[in-house]
Ligand binder design. Structure first.
Ligand code: URA
Length: 429
C-alpha cells in the first residue's frame, strides 16, 4: 500500500505563488495537514500570503471552505421546534447589534443560534461585551445550547473547539502575518463556521468604510457575493446587507458601554442608526426563515424582545439587573470650533477605545470592561465651540494620551451642508 502524502507544502505554496489555481486534492490535503500539524505555521503563512496576493477562483474558495468544515464537527438544529436564522457581521466599531437582534428575532418566532467571537484589532467582540454582565458565561456545551434554544429561542455563546478547528488555527496565523484582508480567506473563514454551525438561514452584515476590513463598496460587494454563493451552495438561505462603517455605529464603543446601549434599544430607545440596522437585519432574518409576515418593530415596542433578552442572559448565569462595570476615570474631548460635524472616523474611534482598555494587545489579555468612548455628536449634528464631542472612559488615566493621539484628525467640523446617508448601502441575494 502506498502511504506517501499526495502533496507536499512547498509544491502547494509555489503553485499559488506562481498564480495557478490549486487542485481540489491540493486544497483538501493542505487544510487537513495544517489542522493535524503536518503543514507547519510558517508554511501556512506563506500560502496565506500567496492567496492574499494572487486570489482564488470560486471553485477553490468553495473547496477550501468545505475542507475547513470537514476539519471539525457539524451541529444540527433539526430537532428544534423553531426555524433558525443567524446573522454574522464582518466586524466594526460600536457594532453591538447582535445583542438586541438575537432576542428580538426570537421574540418573533425564529430561534437564533449565535456562535460569537472575541474582539479582533480595533473591532469589538460580542462575547467580551456580554462578559461585562455580572455572572454571564460564554461557554456552553452543545446540549446546553440546544436546550436554551428550544426554551428561550436565543443563545449567544462561544464556538466550541470542535467547530472548524482549521479556521481557528488559520485565523490566529492571519492575525499576525498581515493576511486578514484576503477575500477568499475572509469568506471561507466566516462561512465555514456558519455552515458547520447548522443554521437554516443566514444574514450577513458586510461592513464598508474606514472602521471595516473592507474599505470600499466594490470589495465589500465582492466579499458579500462570494459568501452568499458559498451559503446557497451549502443549502443555507443566505442574504447580505452592505452597511456603513465609515462612522461608528451608535454612540458607544467599548464593552459595558455597548451593553448599556443595547439595553436602551430593547427598552424602546437607543440611537436611531442602531434601531434602523437592528430592524433591517431582523426583517431579513425573519424573511430568510419564512416569517416575513411578522413585524419586528412591534416586538421591540411592546417589550417582548426585552423579555427574551432577560431570559437569555439569566439562562447563561447573568444578572440582567446587575450593575455594569464603569471606568474609574473620564476625559472629555470638546469641539475646537462651532459647526456641523462633517466626519467622525470609525477606525480612529475604534483604535482609541482599544487603547483605553476595551481591546487586547495580546491574546488572552484581561480587558477593562468599562473602558471606551461615548459620542455626544454624530455626523450631521451642529455643535458649538467648547461643546463635548466625546467622553473617553478608562480605569488607568495614563491611557488617555495614546487614545487622544489616535483621535487626532478623527473628525471635521465645517459649515458645508451635510447629506445624511442610510446605514444600509446595498443588498446581495
Ligand atoms: N471574521 C471571521 O470570522 N473571519 C475573518 O476572516 C474575518 C472576520
Amino acid at each position: 500500500m502506498n502511504t506517501a502524502a499526495p502533496h507536499d507544502a512547498p509544491e502547494v505554496i509555489m503553485a499559488k505563488r506562481d498564480g495557478h489555481a490549486l487542485s481540489d486534492s491540493q486544497i483538501d490535503w493542505v487544510v487537513d495537514a495544517f489542522t493535524r500539524g503536518d503543514v507547519v505555521p510558517e508554511q501556512m503563512s506563506a500560502l496565506a500570503m500567496a492567496i492574499l496576493l494572487n486570489g482564488m477562483d470560486r471553485r477553490e474558495i468553495s473547496r477550501w471552505t468545505n475542507a475547513m468544515i470537514a476539519s471539525g464537527e457539524r451541529m444540527d438544529f433539526s430537532s428544534l421546534s423553531w426555524p433558525t436564522a443567524d446573522k454574522h457581521s464582518t466586524g466594526g466599531v460600536g457594532d453591538m447589534i447582535t445583542l438586541p437582534l438575537a432576542p428580538l428575532v426570537a421574540a418573533c418566532g425564529v430561534a437564533v443560534p449565535q456562535l460569537s467571537g472575541r474582539g479582533l484589532g480595533h473591532t469589538g467582540g460580542t462575547l467580551d461585551k456580554l462578559e461585562s454582565i455580572p455572572g454571564w458565561q460564554a461557554s456552553l456545551s452543545n446540549e446546553a445550547m440546544l436546550a436554551q434554544l428550544e426554551d428561550v429561542g436565543a443563545v449567544i455563546c462561544a464556538a466550541g473547539a470542535g467547530l472548524a478547528p482549521a479556521d481557528k488555527k488559520l485565523y490566529a496565523l492571519r492575525d499576525v502575518t498581515g493576511t486578514v484582508e484576503a477575500i477568499p480567506l475572509i469568506a471561507s473563514s466566516i462561512m465555514s463556521k456558519k455552515i458547520a454551525e447548522g443554521t437554516g438561514a443566514l444574514v450577513l452584515d458586510v461592513k464598508v468604510g474606514s472602521g471595516a476590513f473592507m474599505k470600499d463598496i466594490d470589495r465589500a460587494r465582492e466579499l458579500a457575493e462570494t459568501m452568499v454563493a458559498l451559503g446557497k451552495d451549502a443549502g443555507v438561505n443566505t442574504v447580505a446587507l452592505l452597511t456603513d462603517m465609515a462612522t461608528p455605529l451608535g454612540v458607544a464603543a467599548g464593552n459595558a458601554l455597548e451593553v448599556a446601549e443595547a439595553v436602551d434599544v430593547l427598552a424602546g430607545g437607543g440611537p436611531a442608526d442602531v434601531v434602523e440596522l437592528t430592524l433591517a437585519l431582523a426583517r431579513e432574518m425573519l424573511a430568510a426563515a419564512g416569517r416575513s409576515d411578522v413585524d419586528p418593530a412591534d416586538a421591540l415596542a411592546d417589550g417582548r424582545a426585552m423579555d427574551v433578552w432577560r431570559r437569555m442572559i439569566a439562562a447563561q448565569g447573568g444578572d440582567p439587573d446587575g450593575a455594569l462595570p464603569q471606568a474609574r476615570e473620564t476625559h472629555v474631548v470638546t469641539a475646537p470650533t462651532g459647526g456641523t460635524l462633517q466626519r467622525l472616523d470609525a477606525y480612529d474611534v475604534g483604535i482609541a477605545a482599544w487603547r483605553l482598555g476595551a481591546g487586547r494587545s495580546k491574546p488572552g489579555e484581561q480587558l477593562d470592561l468599562g473602558a471606551g468612548v461615548t459620542l455626544h455628536a454624530k455626523p450631521g449634528d451642529v455643535v458649538a465651540a467648547g461643546q463635548p464631542l466625546m467622553t473617553l472612559h478608562a480605569d488607568r488615566p495614563e491611557r488617555f494620551d495614546r487614545a487622544l493621539a489616535a483621535l487626532e484628525g478623527s473628525f471635521d467640523l465645517g459649515d458645508e451642508p451635510f447629506e445624511r446617508t442610510d446605514v444600509v448601502l446595498g443588498r446581495v441575494d
